[in-house]
Design a protein around this ligand. Structure first.
Ligand code: SF4
Length: 401
């Protein structure tokens, strides 16, 4: 096991398990579930690790990763040994430097999504003698969305290249930021095109994300076809019963290890699929649905107002925050009652990590108080500044009238 981590404190850093990030309450250690799935035993091991070395909480990110907070630098090696033993993290730190794979959560063994994601994963892991360096070194935030069901469901999730279905049922490779993609006839052809486009991105000076690269696509990747229409019914996996088990929501993207352990208690449960929607698909067919439904600390009802809210960790968890965020978000949720169509974002600072897009109501922490932004992002101009929590709640009450 390597020694202590080199802990960066720079903007734009994309942490992992081998390259954890220093935050206000210790190291943040991010786990990328292989093909977006953990076995029941792996998830239970992660819960144990969260309690042994972290804050006891497990977070689910908007890119379908799981992360632990509050890890000390001294204990990070022991945590890593555990994560490697459970195959939650690759022993080779180089694997973590490969592009992240975001996989449609309800893939089935042997379907096209699973086949493509498995091949790419094996490539990135250097398995079976596959030359890993055939892919270029890409920016740390880079990722691929493997979304080859009947219609794409990961359109809103962060990715730089996407494998989707075209309206005519063919596979489609699409560069993020472009409305059209290139149809291909096989998984092999799709993977080769993804690889070539990754090289093209680097060769054309791409240093950030694909959507920011405005150079026209190369002639060998003609963007001629649109993806099939977004499937509204599956875009975020409805809470409750699912053909593969049960979908539950995590309030503001986090749950305690003990809550997750309780959700995994029924013996029919076989694993967990991570999603980019702050929802977990708990696999386990044939069990008693009431078992999971009874677990407090998770969201089971689509009317829950927290589903329309985003809140970053805030203080004391992030050193850039001067305000606690989730307590205020919870207080707002309790006053809102049944799910409101308005989107609320509570951000510890103007960076706005929890939500990149605008929200109907955005509260941004600054110098221990909140700025109120209507219809904007965390760094947009506020309509009111320097509000206490009580003043925020009063202002939102007025807004509703
Ligand atoms: S938005 Fe929240 S999590 Fe992100 S840097 Fe600011 S306080 Fe930290």
């Amino acid at each position: 096991m390597a020694g202590r981590p080199i802990v960066p404190r720079v903007r734009g850093w994309c942490p992992g398990a081998w390259r954890p990030m220093a935050t206000g309450d210790g190291l943040l250690v991010r786990v990328r579930p292989r093909l977006g799935r953990l076995t029941r035993a792996q998830m239970l091991a992660l819960c144990d690790a969260a309690e042994t070395w972290g804050s006891g909480l497990v977070e689910l990110t908007r890119r379908g990763n799981l992360q632990l907070r509050g890890v000390s630098e001294a204990e990070w090696p022991a945590l890593m040994a555990c994560l490697v033993e459970w195959e939650l993290v690759a022993a080779d730190a180089e694997v973590e430097r490969q592009p992240a794979l975001l996989v449609t959560p309800d893939w089935q063994p042997g379907d096209v999504t699973h086949d493509a994601a498995r091949r790419l994963q094996e490539w990135f892991e250097g398995r079976h003698g596959v030359p890993r360096d055939a892919w270029p070194r890409l920016p740390a935030k880079w990722g691929l969305a493997i979304d080859a069901g009947p219609a794409p469901v990961l359109t809103e999730a962060s990715a730089d290249l996407r494998l989707e279905r075209a309206a005519d049922g063919r596979l489609l490779v699409r560069a993020d930021g472009r409305s059209l993609g290139t149809p291909v006839d096989s998984v092999e052809a799709a993977i080769e095109l993804l690889r070539r486009l990754a090289h093209w991105f680097v060769e054309n000076g791409g240093t950030g994300r694909m959507h920011r690269l405005t150079v026209p696509l190369p002639a060998w990747a003609p963007a001629t076809m649109a993806p099939a229409g977004l499937s509204e019914s599956t875009a975020s996996l409805a809470l409750g019963e699912h053909p593969r088990g049960r979908v539950v929501g995590l309030p503001f993207g986090r749950a305690s290890a003990s809550t997750l352990r309780a959700a995994l208690a029924p013996e029919n449960i076989t694993g967990v699929r991570a999603t980019p929607w702050r929802r977990l698909l708990i696999e386990g067919e044939g069990g008693n649905p009431d078992d999971a439904e009874a677990v407090p600390g998770l969201i089971h009802d689509e009317r829950d107002p927290r589903l329309a809210m985003d809140a970053c960790p805030g203080a004391p968890h992030c050193e850039r925050a001067s305000v606690a965020t989730r307590e205020l978000a919870q207080a707002i949720a309790e006053r809102r009652g049944a799910r409101d169509a308005e989107r609320v974002h509570v951000s510890g600072c103007a960076k706005g990590c929890a939500r990149g897009r605008s929200a109907d109501i955005c509260l941004t922490g600054r110098d221990g108080r909140f700025d109120l932004i209507l219809g904007g992002c965390a760094d947009d101009a506020p309509v009111a500044t320097g509000l206490s929590e009580a003043e925020v709640l009063a202002a939102l009450k007025k807004e509703k009238k």
